[in-house]
Design a protein around this ligand. Structure first.
Ligand SMILES: O=P(O)(O)OC[C@H]1O[C@H](O)[C@H](O)[C@@H](O)[C@@H]1O
Length: 617
C-alpha cells in the first residue's frame, strides 16, 4: 500500500501511484496529458506530479515529465490546509450510491471526492456498522473488505478508505480489482482462510461514468445499503471530516499499516460462478466445451470472466476484448446500454463467428449478450430472455422491471410466458426492493430486472450481479448443447422469438435550466412535476391518447399503436422521454402531443424534440 498517499492534500488530485507502475496506466496518463481533457489543467497536474515525484520514477523517461517538473506551481504536502475546503457531503449522494469527481481533467468539474473525504466516508460507514452490529451482536472486532474497479483513482481512494476504517478501530481486508457483486458476496462467504465473512464491504466504483469520477457502494450480509443509510453515513462523514487534523490522519495511517490485510477473494468468487454453471448443467465438468464465447469487459473489472469462468468450463474465448483494466476506458464506455459498446461486442461475435458475446459494465453489476447472429440481447430483450428462463423454473411468477420497458415485453411475459409483469419505477434499487417487497406481502417474485442490465434473482439473494445473469444464460446454453439442440446460441434467441418489438424506439432527454427565472423559487423537481401535470391534462382531453391505467412513475400514455413515458430523471435536472411506436409517423404524432404540453415551459430545453422531428420527417 502506498503509505505516502496518505499525506495528499485534498486540494490536489488523487493520483493512483501504484497504478502508474503498470504500462497500461502509464499509457493512459500519457493520453490524459496529451488529450483534450488536459487543457487548462497543467499547473494542477504539475503540482500533483511534483508532490508525488518519489513514486513517479516511472515517468523519468517520459518527454512530458520535463514539462511537468519545470512548472513553478507550489508544492503542497499534508497540512492543516489539506482539510480546509468545505465539503457538502450531501451532494455526494446519488440514490443508494456515493459518487463524486475524484480527479481533475474535465474543465468545470472540480474534485469533490478527495482522499480525506473518502477517508471520512469510510470512517462513517465503519461507525454506522459498529452501531448496527453492537446493537444486535454485542461487541466484536469487525472487518470490512474493500474492492475497486479499474479507475485511475482506485488505489489512492482504496488507501484512504482503509485509513478511515482502521482509524475507527476495525480490521480491513483489501481485495484490489474486484466486482461489485463479489463485494456483497464477501459478506456471506464462509471461509476462514479468506477472512470471510466480512461484516461490511465497500466497492469503489462509479460504474460507467467518465474517467474522472469515482464513488462508493456499501454492503452488509443484508444486501446493498439504501438511501436512508447512505444519508446517515454521509452525515457521520461530514462530522468526522470537520474534526480531522494532521494528527488524526497520521494515527489512522499508523492503524492502517497495522491491520490492513490483502486477500485474493476474486479467486473464490469466480470459482462459485464456475460451480453454479456446472451444477445447473447437471454436474458436467466442462459443459461449455465446443462453444466459442467472446467477452468484452470495456477495460473495466470484468476481464476475469473469460479466463476464470469461461475457460475452466471448457469454452473457447478467442477474440475476447478489452479485458485489461484501463481507467481511461480507451475503447468504449463499459455500459451494456451504450450503442457503441454493444456494436463493439456485436462486431467481435460476427468476426469470430462466435456462439455468444458477453459484455459487462465497469463493475460487473450489469451485463448483456449478443447471439451468434449478431442480435443484441440487452434492454427489453435481456429482460424477456431472463423472464423466459425464470418462468420455466417458476411458472406464473411475477417479474418486476423498471418503468421504461415496452408494451411488447408485457404482452410477452403475460401472454406467452404466463407470468405477471409488474412495471415499476426506474432505478435498480427501486426495482430490486420492489421484488423483495412483493414476496413479503405474499406475491411470488423471482426476478427483478432493469433495462439498464441490473438483474437480480431471488435465488441469488437479490443481488444484481451481471456475471450471475450471464451464468443463467450459460446454463441454458450448456443444457441445449448436451441435448444436441440448436446451433450456436439459437436456444436463447428462440426463447424470445415471440417478443414483439416496436419498429421505432427513442429516448430524448430535456434539461431543466435551474437558473432560469421561470423556476421562480421552486426546485427543478417541482418544475418537472408541473410539466408532467400539464401533459397529463392535455392527454385527458385528447381522445387519441390513453393514460396507462397502472403507472408508478411519470406520465405513461398509449396512442397511435405505440406509447410514451415522460418522467423525472432519478438524479439529474432532466425529463427523459421514451417513445416506442410502430412507425416514424406514429412516433411523430406521440412526440407532437408531448410538444404541445411542454413548449410553454421556458426553462425546459426542448431542442431534442426539434431534432427528433427533423430526423423523422
Ligand atoms: O433517471 P435516469 O437519469 O434515466 O437514470 C436512471 C439510472 O440511474 C443510475 O444509472 C442507476 O444505476 C440506474 O439503475 C437507473 O436506471
Amino acid at each position: 500500500m502506498a503509505a505516502s498517499v496518505g499525506q495528499l492534500s485534498s486540494q490536489l488530485v488523487s493520483l493512483p501511484c501504484a497504478k502508474l507502475e503498470s504500462k497500461n496506466c502509464q499509457r493512459s496518463y500519457e493520453k490524459l496529458l496529451s488529450g483534450p481533457f488536459f487543457r487548462g489543467s497543467v499547473p494542477l497536474v504539475c503540482k500533483q506530479l511534483t508532490t508525488f515525484s518519489p513514486q513517479l520514477q516511472v515517468w523519468k523517461h517520459s518527454p512530458k515529465r520535463r514539462m511537468m517538473t519545470t512548472c513553478s506551481a507550489a508544492v503542497t504536502t499534508g497540512s492543516e490546509s489539506a482539510l480546509a475546503p468545505k465539503v457538502d457531503f450531501k451532494k455526494l449522494q446519488n440514490g443508494s450510491d456515493i459518487r463524486g469527481v475524484a480527479m481533475e481533467g474535465v474543465d468545470g468539474e472540480p474534485v469533490t471526492l478527495t482522499e480525506p473525504v473518502t477517508e471520512a466516508i469510510a470512517a462513517g460507514f465503519a461507525g454506522w456498522l459498529l452501531q448496527k452490529k453492537s446493537v444486535s451482536e454485542g461487541f466484536v472486532k469487525l472487518k470490512i473488505s474493500i474492492g475497486h474497479d479499474s479507475r485511475l483513482t482506485a488505489k489512492s481512494l482504496q488507501a484512504a478508505a482503509a485509513r478511515g476504517i482502521a482509524g475507527t478501530g476495525l480490521d480491513v481486508v483489501l481485495y484490489g480489482l474486484a466486482s461489485t457483486p463479489a463485494m456483497f458476496n464477501s459478506t456471506i462467504t464462509q471461509e476462514h482462510d479468506l477472512l470471510c465473512p466480512v461484516d461490511g464491504a465497500i466497492m469503489l466504483t462509479a460504474s460507467h461514468l467518465p474517467f474522472n469520477r469515482n464513488g462508493l457502494k456499501f454492503f452488509t450480509s443484508a444486501g446493498g445499503l439504501g438511501k436512508t443509510d447512505i444519508s446517515d453515513i454521509l452525515n457521520r462523514a461530514s462530522k468526522i471530516y470537520e474534526s480531522m487534523s494532521v494528527q488524526t490522519r497520521e494515527s489512522s495511517q499508523a492503524a492502517a499499516e497495522a491491520v490492513v490485510k490483502e486477500v485474493d477473494y476474486m479467486e473464490r468468487y469466480t470459482q462459485d460462478l464456475v460451480e453454479a454453471v456446472r451444477k445447473g448443467a447437471g454436474g458436467i465438468e466442462r459443459p461449455l466445451e465446443g462453444l466459442h464465447i467472446v467477452v468484452d469487459a470495456g477495460n473495466g473489472a470484468g476481464g476475469f470472466f473469460a479466463g476464470k469462468v469461461l475457460k475452466p468450463l471448457g469454452a473457447v474465448t478467442t477474440g475476447s476484448q478489452f479485458l485489461e483494466p484501463d481507467g481511461m476506458f480507451p475503447n468504449h464506455i463499459p455500459n451494456p446500454e451504450d450503442k457503441r459498446a454493444m456494436e463493439a461486442i456485436r462486431k467481435a461475435v460476427l468476426e469470430q463467428k462466435a456462439d455468444l458475446g458477453i459484455i459487462f459494465d465497469t463493475d460487473v453489476d450489469r451485463s448483456a449478450a449478443v447471439d451468434s447472429s449478431g442480435r443484441e440481447l440487452n434492454r427489453n430483450r435481456l429482460i424477456a430472455l431472463m423472464a423466459a428462463i425464470v418462468l420455466e423454473e417458476h411458472p406464473g411468477t411475477t417479474v418486476v422491471t423498471d418503468s421504461v420497458t415496452s408494451d411488447g415485453l408485457t404482452t410477452f411475459i403475460e401472454k406467452k410466458l404466463g407470468g405477471k409483469h409488474h412495471r415499476f419505477k426506474r432505478g435498480y434499487k427501486n426495482v430490486i426492493d420492489e421484488g423483495i417487497r412483493l414476496n413479503q406481502v405474499g406475491e411470488e417474485c423471482h426476478l427483478a430486472i432493469e433495462t439498464s442490465g441490473h438483474g437480480a434473482l431471488k435465488e441469488n439473494r437479490w443481488l444484481d450481479d451481471g456475471a450471475y445473469t450471464m451464468v443463467k444464460l450459460l446454463i441454458k446454453l450448456a443444457a441445449a448443447k448436451a441435448a444436441g439442440e440448436g446451433k450456436g446460441s439459437e436456444v436463447l434467441s428462440n426463447l424470445i422469438g415471440e417478443l414483439k418489438e416496436a419498429d421505432f424506439a427513442s429516448e430524448l432527454r430535456f434539461k431543466i435550466n435551474q437558473d432560469h427565472p421561470d423556476l421562480g423559487s421552486g426546485s427543478f423537481k417541482e418544475y418537472g412535476e408541473q410539466v408532467m401535470q400539464n401533459l397529463e391534462q392535455l392527454v385527458e382531453s385528447d381522445s387519441a391518447l390513453q393514460k396507462a391505467p397502472v403507472n408508478y412513475e411519470g406520465v405513461r400514455v398509449s396512442g397511435f399503436g405505440g406509447w410514451f413515458l415522460l418522467r423525472l430523471s432519478l438524479h439529474d435536472p432532466v425529463l427523459p422521454l421514451n417513445i416506442e411506436a410502430p412507425s416514424k409517423e406514429a412516433a411523430a404524432k406521440l412526440a407532437q402531443a408531448v410538444l404541445s404540453a411542454v413548449e410553454g415551459f421556458a426553462a425546459l430545453d426542448i431542442s431534442p424534440l426539434q431534432k427528433f422531428f427533423a430526423s423523422v420527417s
